[in-house]
Design a protein around this ligand. Structure first.
Ligand code: MG
Ligand code: MG
Length: 255
């Protein structure tokens, strides 16, 4: 079932979204060469705690996962795209880092992700991250009242494919509200004009993730969580939680 949010509920999700934005900014500021991924998780935990928010990631265990997720951020490096567990590994200059974070505040959830490099990006990483961001913008731009889910999916996928990147729709965008993953699904590729009509009050996370090698295949690490490209190429992931409104899409996780 798809839940339509009131203006007040959207404001509550925006408040959670501001906590996520602050957590992601703090993590990025802290992500320099030699920093351990677990330290980045600690940084995000402090931002959530200071705001009185909890984490929808911590202890999360969807059907595909063998163990509950043990952190408040996903930290996915280089050929890892999604769901990386922040452990003792240290960042190195040139690493491509994707950080996904959520917050639950007053019972409402927001979810967002950023990708960046440690130090200046090389040309290939710069293009990959830039294309993921452009796809996110295209997806948000397509999320207008009266359009369909397929319009959002097609907009995201067109940007990724034009870049020559691999796209796998097993994981993608989703409704957001009192829980992190609600209906509808918002795949990163699809057919324009198909799917559910977008109504004002719909809140969704839009989250393109692209694989640089052009293959659509991924594999899952032995930890049961980390999603990695099978060809060893790098991946980037960016995400915002947005609301469809009568005045157009509104990003709720923007800083
Ligand atoms: Mg996320
Ligand atoms: Mg999400």
């Amino acid at each position: 079932m798809v839940e339509i949010k009131t203006r007040g509920e959207i404001d509550a999700i925006r408040a959670a979204g501001q906590v996520v934005a602050r957590a992601l900014a703090a993590v990025r500021d802290h992500a320099t060469a030699r920093t351990r991924l677990a330290e980045l998780d600690e940084v995000a935990r402090s931002v959530l705690a200071a705001a009185g928010a909890s984490s929808p990631f911590l202890g999360y265990q969807p059907s595909f996962a063998p163990v509950p997720f043990p952190a408040v951020i996903c930290a996915s490096l280089n050929d890892a795209a999604l769901h990386g567990i922040p452990g003792r590994r240290r960042l190195a200059q040139g690493d491509l880092v994707s950080i996904d974070c959520g917050a639950t505040l007053d019972g409402w959830v927001a979810d967002a992700a950023i990708s960046f490099t440690v130090g200046p990006p090389n040309a290939a990483d710069d293009r990959l991250i830039g294309t993921a961001r452009a796809a996110l913008e295209a997806g948000i731009g397509a999320a207008v009242a009266g359009a369909r889910i397929g319009d959002v999916s097609a907009a995201i996928g067109a940007v990724g494919r034009a870049g020559g990147y691999g796209i796998n729709t097993d994981f993608g965008g989703h409704g957001v509200g009192r829980s992190m993953h609600e209906s509808p699904s918002v795949p990163n590729e699809g057919r324009a004009g198909r799917g559910m009509v977008l109504s004002p009050g719909l809140v969704v996370a839009i989250e393109p993730w692209f694989m640089a090698g052009g293959s659509d295949k991924y594999q899952i690490d032995d930890d049961g969580w980390t999603i990695r490209t099978t060809d060893g190429s790098r991946a980037a992931h960016v995400e915002h939680t947005i609301a469809v409104t009568e005045d157009g899409p509104v990003v709720l996780t923007a800083a």
